[in-house]
Design a protein around this ligand. Structure first.
Ligand SMILES: Nc1nc2c(ncn2[C@@H]2O[C@H](COP(=O)(O)OP(=O)(O)OP(=O)(O)O)[C@@H](O)[C@H]2O)c(=O)[nH]1
Ligand SMILES: [Mg+2]
Length: 355
């Protein structure tokens, strides 16, 4: 499933006291704020720079002055007890903020005192998203009744959505035509958003096998699942690099959850990474899987896309083996590609353009 997401801004949501802020701290190293009032005053953004050994290699090989990794933004929201009562699945005052996000992480607790089964817990949070979409669709249909002109197409599509929502199903799993997608893109449907269920569990239960079982249970809803021991991962921030490796190793893990989560998010959202590298900087960029060289150019700068002439491309594997631009050229591994070339994960590109 491709979501066409690039900016990687996601929000952490869920019931009260399930460990959302602990997950936020585990991922970003930041403490949550105790904001008050409006939802936007209660949002705390944190950035995660994506750890990327390929980028490190490019930086070292080119002696780049600067390294720019892919960044991910995660938001935590301070609760407002007036908005979200104890036991409520989600803070309804957050809904307008959630509309702007690229992806959601729903935290599901799996520690003492929280016994709701995974699918039921997800259904209760997603139910709020589905209800909000239902409400919006119904109001839009109501307004259409007063409109003249050619509205049959929009009405047909909305009625299809309404029926789907009525059955308690998220719009994420409804097949829409390209034309319908374009017509509804401005709606910011909440139940169409990519969602990762983040299961907050004990360290010995944060295994890939268990996550695979969770994923299987949620696949009909189009969700991904990820296991994370938030308290444990949070403690990593108190240690230096050696201490972190030791603690991870003792728990039978090889990398912190934030690195695993980014890999999972990339996979789920259908993203790849490409690079631009030289002496001034080594830069990693996220890109939609299947995107063209022209779209890659547009990621870097709209002027570069506009004046696109051709792309010089070398795969990361070839560069890693040959270790310099000159050797890459000599070995015939530098390819000249046109605007329609489909980018591969790890491509290192240099775009020729004129302005
Ligand atoms: N045992 C255990 N306790 C946890 C875990 N994660 C969080 N907690 C505890 O649960 C309580 C709530 O954690 P928070 O991270 O503040 O939860 P929250 O969802 O942000 O809470 P609100 O923002 O108030 O809705 C804290 O006392 C945490 O220490 C966990 O994995 N295991
Ligand atoms: Mg919190």
């Amino acid at each position: 499933m491709g979501f066409g997401v690039l900016t990687l801004k996601s929000g952490i949501i869920g019931a009260r006291g399930v460990g959302k802020s602990t997950v936020f701290h585990a991922l970003t190293g930041l403490a949550p704020i105790a904001g008050q009032g409006d939802a936007k005053n209660r949002a705390r953004p944190g950035n995660i720079k994506v750890a990327d050994p390929r980028l490190d290699f490019l930086e070292a090989t080119y002696g780049s002055a600067k390294k720019v990794p892919v960044e991910l933004t995660v938001l935590d929201f301070a609760p407002n007890p007036k908005e979200q009562k104890e036991g409520a699945a989600l803070d309804p005052s957050l809904l307008p903020l959630i509309r702007d996000l690229d992806a959601l992480m729903i935290v599901i607790p799996e520690f003492a005192g929280h016994e709701v089964p995974l699918v039921a817990a997800i259904e209760s949070v997603e139910g709020e998203l589905i209800f909000a979409d239902f409400d919006q669709t119904e109001r839009r249909l109501e307004r259409l009744k007063k409109e003249k002109g050619n509205i049959d197409f929009e009405r047909g599509g909305l009625e299809k959505c309404l029926k789907w929502l009525e059955e308690g199903k998220p719009l994420r799993t409804l097949e829409l035509t390209a034309q319908e997608l374009a017509a509804f893109s401005s709606f910011g449907f909440l139940s169409r958003k990519p969602v990762i269920a983040v299961i907050n569990c004990d360290a010995d239960r944060a295994t890939a096998e268990m996550a695979a079982a969770d994923r299987a249970a949620l696949t009909a809803r189009g969700l991904d699942a990820f296991r994370l021991a938030a308290t444990f991962e949070s403690e990593l921030w108190e240690l230096d690099a050696a201490g972190q490796s030791e603690l991870l190793h003792d728990a039978g893990l090889t990398q912190p959850a934030r690195d695993r989560l980014i890999t999972a998010l990339y996979e789920y959202l259908g993203l790849i990474t490409f690079y631009t590298a030289g002496e001034p900087e080594a830069h990693a960029w996220s890109l939609r899987r299947g995107a063209s060289a022209l779209e890659a150019a547009g990621r870097i700068h709209s002027d570069i896309a506009r004046g696109f002439i051709r792309a010089e491309v070398v795969s990361y594997a070839d560069f890693f083996e040959l270790r310099s631009d000159a050797k890459v050229k000599e070995a015939g591994k530098l390819r000249l590609e046109g605007r329609d070339y489909v980018m591969e994960d790890g491509d290192i590109i240099h775009i020729r353009f004129k302005v």
